[in-house]
Ligand binder design. Structure first.
Ligand code: NAD
Length: 468
């Protein structure tokens, strides 16, 4: 079984320890990831720091071309990386699974390569000239989760490189291999040291925490849980690191009474259950008007019954297993509790191994843990409402504010409801449909800053104003 190396200074470097990465569908070992030590991290940050001055000084058009070449490398290796993703993450190869994720990675890399932040002239008159320049920060530390590991790595890496920073990425211990391999192939198109990767098993040495405190890392871009994001923010204070924190969500969807339940069932289903609900901005609470509540529940259950779940390598599987035991246990706990308080419409009990069937629960009280906590798995609470103001208040009664959606045949009415929702992105008649030109980020405890588009790119720079 293959032992993967760290990628430091443009080459694969063996670690002295490794940890096993297993396939969540079968429990079999996929490969061994390097378990970086703090000394390994120091060496990696040093390599990235050494590469920074030349990369920052590279002509903008040349950096754009390099990011386009990185995109081409991802395309060349898309199938190999999709296979590795399915093996370690569990998601199906087909449908909205690994091949879809690799398509997203290329779309984001390509779009971001084409963005730029030219000098802005703020004033140019007889009193003087004022220019706003965007300067790269230095070494950017990227810390990623296990749900969409390659796509999220690309969200972090490409804007950082495009703006002249160098990168050290540390993927989740559950899904490190696809990121290590992606970084290796991207290195074929980059100068040595510009893009580096380490991995670690958090139970042995928390290299993510060491990155957040590292004096020579200038920024952390983090995607993961609220609890970890808060720790990163605290330890970044001493070195005044720049931060982009994309954290948890508990997205609400509000369905207005004018919807046709049959027509919206498919969109609602995939809005909630894409990647088995293991998606930051998937629908996690569904508020449906009393007039159509039962019909929407029925249509959702009917749709759910036809969605095949299985080993990600099975061509027919549309949903795979939950990625890891801790997440599986969380979903099991939330659903077991929900079953005592509400009405389970489909699913409701764990399956074999890490497979948890699609579960929909109605008639839950507002304070049920399945409503209040982010389940991050294949379990959706459907909540009945009759007063729209109360539904909006309930949707906003969350400490999170990542995404939200409104469903209606009357788009103007839906927009008016959308404007009252406390979240960073709000969709109308769809949910979670992120795109590379639309800035994405959370409000309230869901995070800090945005990714994507020019606004996301700017987060990898400091402003310098030049006044003459
Ligand atoms: P997690 O916070 O457990 O882990 C994320 C990463 O942080 C991993 O690489 C982990 O090794 C690292 N880490 C662990 N402890 C650390 C520490 N003390 N300091 C620094 N890094 C540390 O999250 P997860 O379980 O991998 O991901 C699931 C969560 O991510 C969910 O809450 C989900 O909503 C969120 N998420 C958010 C977005 C978004 O864009 N907002 C996208 C995907 C996932």
């Amino acid at each position: 079984m293959q032992e993967y190396g760290m990628i430091i200074g443009g080459r694969s470097v063996a670690a002295s320890e490794h940890f096993a990465v297993t396939n969540p569908s079968t429990g079999t070992v996929v490969g061994y990831a390097p378990n970086a030590s703090e000394a390994d991290l120091d060496a990696t940050v040093k390599a990235a720091g050494g590469a920074f001055p030349a990369w920052a000084a590279t002509d903008d058009a040349e950096r754009q071309a390099a990011c386009e070449a990185v995109t081409a490398k991802l395309a060349d290796h898309a199938e190999e990386l999709a296979q590795l993703l399915t093996a370690e993450q569990g998601k199906p190869l087909n449908g909205l699974g690994s091949r879809f994720e690799m398509g997203g990675a290329q779309a984001w890399a390509g779009h971001t390569a084409g963005l730029s932040l030219p000098v802005k002239v703020l004033q140019d008159n007889e009193e003087g000239r004022v220019e706003l320049h965007r300067k790269p920060l230095g070494v950017v530390g990227s810390i990623t989760p296990w749900n969409w590991p390659v796509m999220i790595a690309i969200w972090h890496i490409v804007p950082a490189l495009r703006t002249g920073n160098t990168v050290v990425i540390k993927p989740s211990p559950y899904t490190p291999l696809s990121t290590l391999r992606a970084v290796e192939v991207m290195n074929e198109a980059l100068p040595a040291g510009v893009l580096n990767a380490v991995a670690s098993d958090d139970r042995l040495a928390n290299i993510g925490a060491a990155m957040a405190a590292h004096p020579d890392i200038r920024k952390i871009v983090f995607t993961g849980s609220c609890a970890t994001g808060e720790k990163i923010m605290a330890s970044a204070a001493a070195t005044m690191k720049r931060l982009t924190l994309e954290m948890g969500g508990n997205d609400a969807a509000i369905v207005l009474p004018d919807c046709d339940p049959q027509a919206i069932a498919e969109g609602l289903f995939w809005g909630a259950f894409i990647n088995n609900g293991q998606t930051c901005a998937s629908m996690k609470r569904l508020y449906v008007h009393d007039d159509i509540h039962d019909a929407v529940c029925e249509a959702l259950v009917e749709f759910a019954k036809d969605v095949p779940m299985g080993d990600g390598f099975d061509d027919d599987a549309a949903l795979g297993p939950v990625n890891n035991q801790a997440q599986f246990d969380k979903v099991s706990r939330l659903v077991a509790d929900a079953a005592t308080r509400g009405r389970v419409l489909v699913g409701g009990a764990p399956g074999e191994g890490l497979f948890y069937p699609v579960t929909i629960v109605a008639d839950l009280p507002a304070d049920a843990p399945l409503v209040v906590e982010e389940q991050f798995g294949p379990a959706l609470p459907v909540l009945r409402y009759s007063d729209l103001n109360e539904a909006i208040d309930a949707a906003n009664a969350s400490e999170n504010g990542l995404g939200g959606s409104v469903w209606s045949n009357d788009v103007a009415k839906a927009r008016a409801v959308a404007a009252r929702m406390e979240c960073g992105s709000v969709w109308i008649n769809k949910h979670g449909a992120i795109q590379p030109n639309a800035p994405f980020g959370g409000v309230k405890r869901s995070g800090l800053g945005v990714e994507f588009g020019e606004e996301g790119l700017a987060e990898y720079t400091d402003i310098q104003t030049v006044l003459s």
